[in-house]
Design a protein around this ligand. Structure first.
Ligand code: UDP
Ligand code: MG
Length: 318
C-alpha cells in the first residue's frame, strides 16, 4: 500500500464529512486508488463513530478504530500509526486546520529523499490570544532545555516514511509526545511552511488541563533538566556561604554583633548546600534511570551496505 492517513478524532462529527471528502480527493490525486484512511475515534460522545462506520460502508479504503474512552490526541494518533500499513503515512487533524490538499506538496518533497516532511505554521488564524502566547512561550522554553532539537511552531501534521513509522511504533514509552519523538528519530527532515486555517467547525478539543499535561509530557520526556535544579541551587548556596563567611569575618573584626548570629548563619547555609548537593546527586542518578526506562533504542541504523551481518540487537530498529 502506498499511503496511509491517520486521523485522531474527538467529537468531530461536524467536520468529518467535509474532511473525508477533501482527504479522499487528495489521496486519489496523489496515490491513485492505493491508500487507506484510518480514523481513530478517541472516545467521542457525539456522532463521530457513526460517521466513520458510514464512510467504511461506502468505501472500504476507509477504516476506523473505536477506543474505549478518551485517551488524548497523542495516544489516539499512536494507535492509528500502529495500524498504518502504507509506505508513507500522513498524520493530520480532523478539524481542517491543516489543509488536506497539502499532502500533494509533502509528497513531492518526500520524493526528493526526505524521511519526514512536516508542516510549520507561519500564522495561526482564529486562535485565541492565550493559545498563541502560551504556544510561543512553550515551544521556546522547551527548545532551551530539551536535549533534542524540537522544531518551533510545528504540530503533528507530517508525512513520514515507513522506516520512521516503524521506529516510532517500536518506541515503548507510555507518555508519548510525538513531535518530539519524531525529532529525536532524526533522519532527513524537511520543513514546509504553511498558514494554519481556522477550525472548520466546533471548538478546540485541547482543554487547558490537556495542554498542561501535554506540556509536562514534553518537558519530562525530552529533558532531565528539572532534576538538575537542586544541583544549581547547591552552587548558589555555596556562593552565598562564601559571601556570608567573608562578612562574618569582617563583622567579627570590625563590628559589634550579637554573639552566635554569624556562626548560625554560616551553619544554616553550609548545611543547605550539602543537602542540595545530595538531592542533586539523587536527581542525576534518577535521570539516568529514567532515560534507561524509556527504553528507546540507543542508536538507529539507516541501512547496511553489503554483507549478511546481522546488526547488533539495539541497532536493528530500522
Ligand atoms: N483530539 C483527540 N483527542 C483529544 C483531543 C483532540 O483525538 O482528547 C483530536 C481532535 O479531534 C483533532 C486533533 O486531535 O483532530 C487536534 O485537536 P484540536 O484541533 O482540538 O487541537 P488544537 O488544534 O486546538 O490544538
Ligand atoms: Mg485544531
Amino acid at each position: 500500500m502506498r499511503l496511509s492517513i491517520v486521523v485522531p478524532c474527538y467529537n468531530e462529527a461536524d467536520v468529518l464529512p467535509a474532511f473525508n471528502r477533501r482527504m479522499i480527493a487528495t489521496c486519489e490525486a496523489v496515490a491513485g486508488g492505493d491508500f487507506e484512511i484510518i480514523y481513530v475515534n478517541d472516545g467521542s460522545t457525539d456522532a463521530t463513530m457513526n460517521w466513520i462506520v458510514r464512510f467504511n460502508e461506502r468505501d472500504s479504503r476507509i477504516v476506523g478504530i473505536d477506543l474505549f474512552r478518551n485517551h488524548g490526541h497523542q495516544l489516539a494518533a499512536s494507535a492509528g500509526l500502529q495500524m498504518a500499513r502504507g509506505e508513507r503515512t500522513l498524520l493530520i487533524d480532523a478539524d481542517l486546520q491543516d489543509p488536506p490538499e497539502l499532502l500533494a506538496e509533502f509528497w513531492n518533497e518526500m520524493d526528493q529523499g526526505y524521511d519526514v516532511v512536516y508542516g510549520q505554521r507561519s500564522r495561526r488564524v482564529g486562535e485565541s490570544w492565550f493559545k498563541r502566547v502560551s504556544a510561543q512561550l512553550f515551544y521556546r522554553g522547551l527548545a532551551s532545555i530539551s536535549e533534542t532539537a524540537i522544531p518551533l511552531d510545528t504540530g503533528d501534521f507530517r508525512l513520514m516514511n515507513r522506516d520512521v513509522v516503524d521506529i516510532l511504533n517500536d518506541m515503548p514509552e507510555r507518555h508519548r509526545f510525538l513531535r518530539g519523538m519524531v525529532a529525536w528519530i532524526g533522519g532527513r527532515q524537511k520543513v514546509y511552511v504553511y498558514e494554519r486555517d481556522r477550525r472548520a467547525a466546533g471548538k478546540t478539543k485541547y482543554t487547558f488541563l490537556k495542554m498542561v499535561s501535554f506540556a509536562v509530557d514534553a518537558v519530562t520526556g525530552f529533558s532531565t533538566m528539572p532534576l538538575r535544579i537542586a544541583t544549581y541551587l547547591a552552587f548558589a548556596t555555596v556562593l552565598a556561604t562564601a559571601l556570608l563567611a567573608a562578612y562574618v569575618l569582617y563583622s567579627y573584626l570590625f563590628l559589634d554583633v550579637v554573639a552566635g548570629w554569624t556562626s548560625l548563619g554560616v551553619i544554616v547555609l553550609a548545611v543547605s548546600a550539602i543537602q542540595m548537593f545530595a538531592i542533586g546527586v539523587l536527581g542525576e542518578y534518577l535521570g539516568r534511570l529514567y532515560v534507561q526506562s524509556q527504553g528507546r533504542p540507543t542508536m538507529l541504523v539507516k541501512r547496511r551496505v553489503g554483507g549478511e551481518n546481522s546488526l547488533p540487537k539495539q541497532m536493528d530498529a530500522a
